[in-house]
Design a binder for this molecule. Sequence first.
Ligand code: SD4
Length: 313
Amino acid sequence: MLLIGVKYQNKAADLNKQSIIKPVVISTWNHGVLANDAAWKILINNGDALDAVEQGVRTAEANPDVQTVGLGGFPDREGHVTLDACIMDHHNNCGSVAFLQHIKHPISVARKVMEETPHVMLVGEGALKFALEQGFQKENLLTEKSKQAYEVWLEKSDYKPIINIENHDTISMLALDENGNLSGACTTSGASWKMHGRVGDSPIIGAGLFLDNEVGAAAATGMGEAMMKTAGSAMVVELMRHGRSPYEACKEVVERIYKIYKNEPDLEWLQVGFIALNKQGEYGSYCLRPGFNYAVQTNTIKNKLINADFKIQ
Ligand code: SD4
């Protein structure tokens, strides 16, 4: 176990050495590859990190085969697809929507909240009303494929999601642009088969996403309640401020989470993971259990998927 940890750490350190050049984009899970492609097109043309992260994560939101984000997301236990998202820029501006239904691109609604209102967060009916006023189209997000999965789940109605498959595929993206500015975005349909009205960490600034343009950025995936209990992403950024590398900061917060939960029975469903990117373009990640990966694109690393180091089997 220890040896595996060391090996991964060294690998991450080696990659970090190559990634000091701007721009950099990293994002969670396999769908991070396509998302990075979209973000990279903007970053490489001297575009803003904010535009890059928004356009990047929209690819996952629009993809019906990604059943944990946007269109085609798994519904809650009453059969409703409810979406959470947030976005943050290098001035600490942020926007967020939670428990939003019928709108395919919650990340863009979150950006509108940030840019067009004096608020940070809109939820539920109010978020939907605002989205429609802003010209977003109402649509059915429950695809046949996700409806079928829901019907299978209904037979047992057992809330024990399979980690890394059913419940943990939020897309979180962090980018550093040519001007040295950071932005981040996070969007999800949340925990599948969740209680109606449940909101996770992904739209919560500080839990699912946080950045400080003087220090770095962090974002999360996994069981949102754990990130909310620890202000997870904000904590990763704060640890980087105090000198931790992105990898070390992610690891420390995952270890804090593990400490909170480790004596609970049936812990095998718990997965959490963080990605982090600092001002120097160094990046890192850490998760609780094997299975979490993230995609990295820099001038020298061509959109590569990396398996995150982990705490327990
Ligand atoms: C949530 N954190 O709603 C989200 C789920 C997730 O990858 O990350 N999935 O708790």
